[in-house]
Design a binder for this molecule. Structure first.
Ligand code: SF4
Ligand code: SF4
Length: 450
């Protein structure tokens, strides 16, 4: 019965989207390795969505691996912990991955320290209520690891009267090249299932569905083998299609439900979290481990040794690349994240942050921008947009700076997935134009608010 249901759900899928080559074979079977500790770490205070964290340490202070060094300053904010034992060397502005300078804590590692985490007493999560989970999570520093970096507690803070029926564990990892969620599902399947048990119990959810794209058969088989009958957890394989991992697409594929604009999935009784986030929540409750090490896929044609690495937050991108054999001579661009939604790394001295799912290197051949031609009104971008927007029109309006008109065409619904740009035969940088328009609108709003 379950198998039949899974097949019918799998066929349902979502409309539109694109099929870029996945390039996952480069690292899908490469086990995660821990990178050696470096000497210096830079930890920006705004590695999450929302208000930056506030430092709790002073320059010169001795800190030990896992110690909280910054606290949340609002509900949408979270803690920051040092990934190494050492000394605070600076509280100052440092260059982030996007090239912008931001407030950060710089730590010098103690070369003689063992860098072992102090063992913590496992938490008795069964005695917690959902409200206590929401109070607890800001201490962990955990954020949504699928890309948005929303502090973990925000998802679990439900409006009065909301009842959650489904927990969805998002294992789609639909961005090409990236395989770090895949490795979590293969290497840490039991931890993931324990995280699911914690959240499913505290939410009182009837069922957890783990959605995984079909290009990860090892993860699908491994998790299915561990799930016990009556556990209320099932794995549903999904078609390989971008952006399958987008929350609204995933909900449509798995449950056939639409999340109307302006509503949250929780309003429909659904909560979705990325598989790595759920495993991190299990680590916090079972071993007291805060979020200090990021799993990063290092891949792309410019990388000598494509790898999956466990990297302490704050490690320089340059160190990560060096560990993987460095860049080929013809590398022209290094991207943080996936090739569809990731951003170019402006400075290789920038740190790995909580959102650094991938470091990808591309050569001149891969990054050659197609010459741009006028729009031929072929409609491919419209067919590709999973949010049923009109990307060509939005791009034209963005060029003319007609932002209010763009808002009327639901600009803010755009999730910047890049499917439109990928499908455009005229090489029009549609998503880049939309991104600029959105950022200008946000700037205008800030200016009005003073
Ligand atoms: S308009 Fe936005 S949501 Fe639609 S395909 Fe382009 S980037 Fe994706
Ligand atoms: S895909 Fe490109 S050329 Fe075709 S309608 Fe969209 S913007 Fe125009």
């Amino acid at each position: 019965m379950n198998a039949l249901r899974a097949v019918s759900l799998f066929r349902r899928g979502f409309a539109h989207g694109v099929h870029p080559p996945d390039h996952k074979a480069l690292t899908a079977e490469v086990p995660t390795q821990r990178i050696p500790f470096a000497s210096r770490y830079v930890l920006p205070l705004n590695q999450h969505l929302g208000a930056p964290a506030r430092p709790l340490v002073e320059v010169g202070q001795r800190v030990r691996r896992g110690q909280r060094i910054a606290e949340p300053t609002a509900f949408v904010s979270t803690s920051l912990h040092t990934p190494v034992t050492g000394w605070v060397r600076a509280l100052d502005r440092r260059c982030g991955p996007d090239g912008a300078y931001q407030e950060a804590i710089e730590i010098e590692a103690d070369p003689y320290a063992t860098q072992r985490l102090e063992p913590a007493v496992p938490r008795d999560w069964r005695s917690l209520s959902l409200e206590e989970l929401v109070e607890e999570l800001p201490h962990s520093g955990i954020v949504g690891l699928g890309g948005a970096a929303l502090p973990a507690q925000v998802k679990y803070s439900l409006r009065a009267g909301v009842r959650i029926r489904y927990l969805i564990a998002n294992g789609a990892e639909c961005e090409p090249y990236l395989t770090n969620d895949h490795r979590v599902m293969v290497e840490r399947a039991e931890t993931l299932l324990r995280g699911i048990e914690i959240l499913q119990t505290l939410l009182g959810a009837e069922e957890t569905i783990i959605g995984i794209e079909l290009n990860k058969p090892e993860a699908i088989a491994g998790l299915r083998a561990l799930i016990q009958p009556g556990q209320g957890v099932r794995v549903v394989p999904l078609r390989v299609k971008y952006p399958q991992g987008d929350s609204k697409m995933m909900i449509r594929s798995l449950l056939g439900r639409e999340v109307p604009a302006g509503l949250h999935a929780a309003d429909l009784g659904i909560i979705m979290n990325n598989v790595s986030t759920i495993a991190a929540i299990a680590d916090w409750f079972e071993t007291g481990t805060p979020y200090i090490d990021r799993r990063v896929t290092v891949s792309g044609p410019g990388i000598a040794r494509p790898s999956n690495l466990l990297v302490p937050l704050g490690t320089q991108v340059r160190e990560v690349l060096r560990f993987c054999g460095g860049l080929s001579e013809d590398t022209r661009e290094v991207i943080m994240g996936g090739p569809m939604m990731g951003k170019p790394v402006a400075n290789l001295d920038a740190p790995i942050v909580k959102t650094s799912s991938g470091i990808l290197a591309f050569t001149a051949k891969d990054t050659a921008r197609p010459r741009e031609y006028p729009c031929i009104r072929c409609g491919r971008c419209v067919e590709a947009c999973p949010y049923f927007l009109n990307p060509s029109r939005l791009a034209r309006l963005a060029r003319a700076r007609l932002y209010d008109e763009m808002k009327r065409l639901n600009l803010m619904e755009c999730v910047e997935c890049g499917s439109c740009t990928y499908s455009c035969p005229s090489g029009i940088p549609i998503v880049q134009l939309i991104r600029t328009a959105k950022s200008n609108l946000r700037g205008r709003r800030r200016a009005v608010q003073g």
